[in-house]
Design a protein around this ligand. Structure first.
Ligand code: TYD
Length: 211
């Protein structure tokens, strides 16, 4: 099984990824937990470039192709081999982040981005994508506080520095894209506490017939 998490900055993806990983491990799955950007060796170098605030002048198309390069390498060297070994893969952000951030956020065509994603993933699409839906006012505040606490604002703060209006477009973009891909998406209200959010995810699994 290949499961991805999506959502705006500060929506709680890392916490829920960790909870789901523990849940699957308890059920006896062999789980790989990975993320984008930065899940592969090449990806870690691309991540530094993509998230560093000094690169605030990246052209939208350059940004796009760097994310796609990260994904192509990640799928080829990490995700596909893990799937072939029968492991369950949980990925923090994946192809939908490109459709939403570079598409609804930066103004590139979401349908074209979907096709370019397919070049990068070579047909390996998630079985399920969990969208943690949260208002950008709450998410951005959480993300900025976390970056300050973890001392990341100067190295990984490029997207957190975008306006509230940008993050509002990202949230709406996710909801639009999820509605267009209803069978793959599980949309969960992320404004609740972490345990309630996880309970909603498990309820969603039951509804979709996932063990
Ligand atoms: P990250 O620190 O992983 O953010 P978060 O903790 O919110 O997941 O940073 C990833 C950033 O990169 C995030 O702001 C979204 C952006 N992004 C894109 O714009 N396009 C993409 O294809 C991906 C994977 C991420």
């Amino acid at each position: 099984m290949f499961i991805t998490f999506e959502g705006i900055e500060g929506c709680g993806k890392s916490t829920q990824c960790a909870k789901l990983m523990e849940h699957f491990i308890r059920q006896g799955h062999d789980v790989l937990h990975t993320r984008e950007p930065g899940g592969s060796k090449l990806g870690r170098e691309l991540r530094r470039i993509l998230l560093h605030p000094e690169n605030s002048d990246l052209a939208p198309a350059s940004e796009l192709f760097l994310y796609l390069a990260d994904r192509a390498q990640h799928v080829a060297s990490i995700i596909r081999p893990a799937m072939e070994d029968g492991r369950t893969v949980i990925c923090d952000r994946f192809a939908d982040s490109t459709v939403v951030y570079q598409g609804y956020g930066r103004g590139l065509d979401p349908k074209l981005l979907h096709q370019l994603n397919d070049v990068a993933v070579q047909g390996l699409w998630p079985d399920l994508t969990i969208l943690l839906d949260l208002s950008p006012e709450i998410g951005l505040r959480r993300a900025l506080t976390r970056n300050l606490k973890e001392n990341k604002a100067n190295t990984e703060g490029r997207f957190e520095a975008e306006s509230l209006e940008f993050h509002g477009r990202i949230r709406e973009g996710y909801l639009t894209w999820a509605a267009l891909n209803r069978s793959r998406f599980l949309v969960v209200d992320a404004a609740q506490g972490p345990d309630q959010v996880f309970a909603s995810i498990l309820r969603g699994f039951e509804e979709k017939g996932i063990e």
